[in-house]
Design a protein around this ligand. Sequence first.
Ligand code: FAD
Length: 305
Amino acid sequence: MLRSVILAASRSSRIERLVETAPLARGVVRRFVPGAAADDALRATGELVSDGLSVSLDLLGEDTETPEQAAATKEAYVELLAALKGADLTPAAEVSVKLSALGQKFDEQLAYDGARAICAAASEAGTTVTLDAEDHTTTDSTLDILTKLRTDFPTTGAVLQAYLRRTEADCRELATAGSRVRLCKGAYKEPESVAYQSALDVDKAFVRCLNILMSGDGYPMLATHDPRLVAIGEDRARWFDRSPDEFEFQFLYGVRPEEQARLAAEGYTVRIYLPYGNQWYAYLMRRLAERPANLGFFLRALRSK
Ligand code: FAD
């Protein structure tokens, strides 16, 4: 019921305009998405970096339907990377890329070519790329493309979703020297056949995956706002004797900023995932619709410091 209401709202340009113009709603959006233009993202990145945080920028947009849209996304990333370099924000800032925004759903080769061009631009700018994880039907294709990209761009990061039953095996596969792996719970509505459904099972799977990554040889990136999982991450860093440059914590822009600052002050590397672009409305609403529990997640973030 809640999902259908949110989905209906996501298609309504009237509600979009309302959200854009209502002061409180605009405040909500700005808290999670600093703006539509690359300049907004650069400004927010500069502020985060001067606070001692690292950043991963995400140009909003996914499920591209035409080669022209895919090419425009690729170009926007290439220009963004040049601008980040020009503003002296690399290597503190990297980019996160959704392969579906590069055409993965209709032409895998096109998505690979686009991602390769972005990796080359990142390398030129002195930074790197992480491939976001999307719904489970794309996991094999995304990991295949990652393997190919890593031949020439070995620092390209992967994202693994703890809620997928396959992920412990993927963690073992990817916990190798030089391999950057972001571990998150997973944001999509997935069937029971492929994903754990209860919060407890997902949390337990996250800890099993975290143990594999933190005891392995790669570079784990722990992407969660969950206080218990952050504490377990800190504990495992001590247990496996990982220094702050051997793993990192990641948070979404605007979520638990005081915790971000606390971890950075403790000397940890903390990277903020910063979405920007004019597709913020669909992004926000689709996230809510895919997983209505995310509604509470965004509302909590408004209350939290
Ligand atoms: P939740 O299960 O949402 O919350 C657990 C507990 O954490 C809550 O009970 C509460 O105590 C605390 N908490 C959570 N949110 C807040 C808050 N706002 N304020 C105060 N306390 C809070 N998903 C993908 O599928 N693919 C990706 O590529 C991807 N990339 C991501 C990158 C980053 C940097 C992050 C942080 C998340 C990413 N995600 C991605 C989303 C992720 O999969 C989860 O959907 C999302 O992070 C919510 O899970 P959680 O671990 O934060 O904890």
